[in-house]
Design a protein around this ligand. Structure first.
Ligand code: ADP
Ligand code: MG
Length: 246
């Protein structure tokens, strides 16, 4: 397998504070990687470094240059990253508008995406009228409309209730498979990280390092009933060894 991205001893310091101490891992093409770590350990910082919004204080990124501009990003705080007075449609199309894409081509892409994702609400509705789950669906579609080479999701479900979270996990798995995406999914929920990932990267608290990279033995596509199996419980027990009690 070829690595789409490799992080080699990435470091990020703010003044005296070391956030990322030494972070190395590879993201191979087509893989679903979950990044698990406590709040404040620098997960968002790390993603900002990948997208070029932030710069590392040390270390090297391989492959980032060629993947930039092709990263779809789903934010944790979708309410603040969607334009509330605009419709769902206009929010989804925004990245294409910013790229100056021909309007007819924009609409063609949108139609294709809608046919695949099948949202059960009207995309002409303005964002402020949508539920949390619907708004996050817009966030996801906005990330996918650019036909990304890498999809990054930064704790995208942390504001959703449990049932909706389960449904969205399924949707993300389906999307990753159908669009043949390389995915980086950030989570601070152990169950979620193990359930979704081909690989889980466990981060320490800051100053942050990679504590363990765990390969998950379950094939995709997974179903919620997996969560109740002895095999999943055994994996969770292994994962728990990497969790620091705060
Ligand atoms: N611009 C900044 N200046 C100083 N400290 C920052 C800055 N940005 C983030 N931090 C600190 O870096 C740490 C990691 O933040 P963040 O990447 O948001 O963590 P996570 O996403 O894992 O919760 C936090 O302690 C935060 O306060
Ligand atoms: Mg964060």
């Amino acid at each position: 397998m070829t690595a789409l991205l490799t992080l080699d001893r990435v470091r990020r310091v703010h003044g005296e504070t070391v956030i990322l101490d030494d972070v190395s891992f590879a993201v191979e093409e087509g893989r679903f990687i979950t990044l698990f770590g406590p709040n404040g350990c620098g997960k968002t910082t790390l993603m900002n470094i990948l997208t070029g919004v932030d710069t590392p204080s040390g270390g090297t990124l391989h492959g980032a240059e060629s993947v930039r501009g092709h990263i779809g990003f789903v934010f944790q705080d979708y309410r603040r990253t969607l334009l509330p007075w605009r419709s769902g449609r206009e929010n989804i199309l925004l990245p294409l508008r910013l790229r100056g894409m021909d309007r007819r081509e924009q609409i063609r892409r949108l139609d294709r995406l809608v046919a695949k994702m099948n949202p059960d609400f009207d995309l002409h509705q303005r964002i402020y009228t949508l539920s949390g789950g619907q708004a996050q669906m817009i966030g996801l579609m906005r990330a996918l409309i650019i036909e990304p080479r890498l999809l990054i999701l930064d704790e995208p479900f942390s504001a959703l209730d449990y049932g909706r979270t389960l449904a969205y996990r399924q949707l993300i798995m389906t999307v990753a498979r159908d669009f043949n995406l390389t995915t980086l999914f950030i989570s601070h929920d152990l169950e979620e990280a193990l359930y979704l990932g081909d690989e889980v990267i466990f981060l320490t608290a800051k100053p942050t390092r990679v504590r363990e990279v765990m390969t998950i033995p379950f094939p995709r596509h997974r179903e919620p009933s997996l969560l109740g199996t002895p095999a999943f419980a055994a994996l969770k027990l292994k994962g728990l060894a990497n969790v620091e009690l705060a």
